[in-house]
Design a protein. Sequence first.
Length: 518
Amino acid sequence: MERILIDGAWRDASAAGDFAAINPVEDRELPERYPVSAWTDLERALTAATAAAPALSATDPGRIATFFEDYATRIESARAELVACAALETGLPIEPRLNSVELPRTTNQLRLAARAVRERSWMLPVIDVAANIRACHGPLAAPVVVFGPNNFPLAFNAIAGSDLASAIAARNPVIAKVHPSHPGTSRRLAELAFEAVRSSGLPAATVQMLYHCSNDDGRRLVSDARVGAIGFTGSRTGGLALKKAADAAGRPIYLELSSINPIFLLPGALAERGAALAQEFQGSCLLGSGQFCTNPGVLVLPDDEAADRFVGDAVARFDAHPPALLLNRGVRDHLHEALAALVSAGARVRVGGAASGPGVRFQATLLDVDAPRFIADPRLQTEAFGPVSLLVRAQDAAERLAVARALQGNLTASVYSALDGADDDEAATLSAILRPRVGRLLNDKMPTGVAVSAAMVHGGPYPATGHPGFTAVGMPAAIRRFTALQCYDGVRDVRLPPELQDANSLGIPRCVDGRWIV
């Protein structure tokens, strides 16, 4: 059985069971066995991370930045091995997805974290000279637990993604609970991360990795008083179960849960370029077999001839598309459940709607429903994670605006309007309604691309996330999730952290008496 990374070494697990990854192309188990850790392993990880936290919080930021840069370089050196393993475990294509898109995104995130660490931009130093009160963000000085998702084996992996980078950038140790869909990929990433830890001279327990644990132990882990914070990306059901446990214990938890990412196609846009929009919609909805948290799950369009042509075109495109390869059997099972919920709420399947072999596959699926029914039944906002979208037909602008008002919180919303300005009034009103309901608002653009940018917001109101005030992508903002806001009142200059001392020897931007200066 494979070992786990605990307390600065690869160790045999105290296993409560074991599991194997699935090759979804052939729908068969791979030969390696991985442990389901008992509480003994989690306890040891917590003890080691807690012991390492004070030293890591006092570590020179330059050493943290060196770790990120070294880790990124090691990932690039192991590129062929990593993408081959990830492809085997997830069915995602090596090109362009894993090799040319996801792996570079992973290393780019790490290097952006290194830059943010060196710049101290995540700390936001504020100084009131007259009152001699100073504040900045600082480390939690406690472990951060990261739960990784199934759909990004590299860029969102609990041992390599933005949550890990954010937590360590704030100088907190990470306990990574990786996703069981890609344990071999995670093991190799953990090996590279641990090599970078040792090379950079960080505490050995800066990174630790577990493959899996029981739901009860997961809840026990996030509610442990030693935990500083938790990052979770995954299902709403799993995330809310962890949130309940964390909230009861007063542990801050940052959740990315579910999103249907509505798209509004206004009449003028459809009249101008309906065929092009059908092609763009198909490409976005079926990209990666629809297994993106920003997948367009709801499309709102008029009930007119241009929309009829669009729907006919979209149905034909989805019907001609081969069954989409899914990440694992669990995704297929959840798709069945989501479609059953949508149909029971009144949606009609227009094309697809069933699993289809060989391997773990599902048909490209479109459903439709009228706007009044969508507005009346929240079940029609069920996320169908996969190659599925719901078409909502609205009679007029008033119904489209009512659909927007009925929406729950989402990561994104998109508005497509006529290039000649014919839709501008409705687009402005619609955008004002959507703005507080989403983290990222797009115009004339599908939502599936999430750029690694300092300005990117990958978050949104509940139930897209646990709360609307954070982003899981984009440095330095993503780092601040795992920080404590620390105030120094009347503290002598020599006893202040260098970011708050009078001399500003670091030459960093600071807000001094209400003005940002260097």
